[in-house]
Design a protein around this ligand. Structure first.
Ligand code: IMP
Length: 179
């Protein structure tokens, strides 16, 4: 199946393309309005509402965020903005002296085939003490998935996909596409 994946993020595109290799995933490097909302679902829904009027065919987008327990879920829906402003070093500084380092990533995929459908995935883990690894993108070098000692930044794409929030959400989409 031919699916347009609308994202300006090359890292996201490559992860998704790898997992959906039986489909033709065409990247559309274009932006859509990302509203200020309380949940990733609302952001994804609004974005898809816009895109479904602009593009013909099957469309997907993905919205994700990092939620840190000790910071009451911050940066959460503000993850992109916070990453651009303070980056991984800034998060490590904010977490200095904080013992509870638990955090999770969440991913929401909106898929449009005449109707909007949502697929979600979460990945529990913790924030590392320092920035580690060169792989991936965004917060990967400071996030250690549960049951691991390495950060996502220290893993290959395939390995990250097996654990990750995006991997889980894509797996659900993959199952749906088979139906
Ligand atoms: P958005 O979904 O494009 O709004 O991205 C939210 C923010 O979270 C961006 O700064 C991303 O770099 C970051 N982010 C989303 N998913 C991941 C991931 O799998 N690893 C690391 N950072 C991520």
């Amino acid at each position: 199946m031919k699916i347009y994946f609308v994202t300006t993020n090359t890292g996201k595109y490559e992860e998704v393309k790898k997992m959906l290799s039986e489909h033709e995933i065409i990247r559309k490097d274009m932006t859509y309005p990302e509203i200020q909302a309380d949940t990733l679902e609302e952001v994804a829904d609004f974005g898809m509402e816009f895109l479904s009027k602009k593009l013909d065919g099957k469309i997907m987008l993905e919205d994700s965020g990092l939620f840190i327990n000790a910071l009451n879920g911050f940066p959460g829906v503000y993850s992109a903005y916070v990453f651009k402003s303070i980056g991984n070093e800034g998060i490590i500084k904010l977490m200095a002296g904080i013992e509870d380092r638990r955090a999770y990533f969440k991913s929401v995929i909106a898929f449009y085939d005449g109707k909007v459908r949502f697929f979600e995935g979460e990945c529990n883990g913790s924030i590392s003490e320092n920035v580690r690894g060169e792989s991936g993108f965004g917060y990967d070098p400071i996030f250690i998935p549960e049951g691991e000692a390495r950060t996502f930044g220290e893993m290959e794409k395939e390995e990250k996909n097996r654990y990750s929030h995006r991997g889980m959400a894509v797996l659900k989409l993959k199952k749906f596409l088979r139906v």
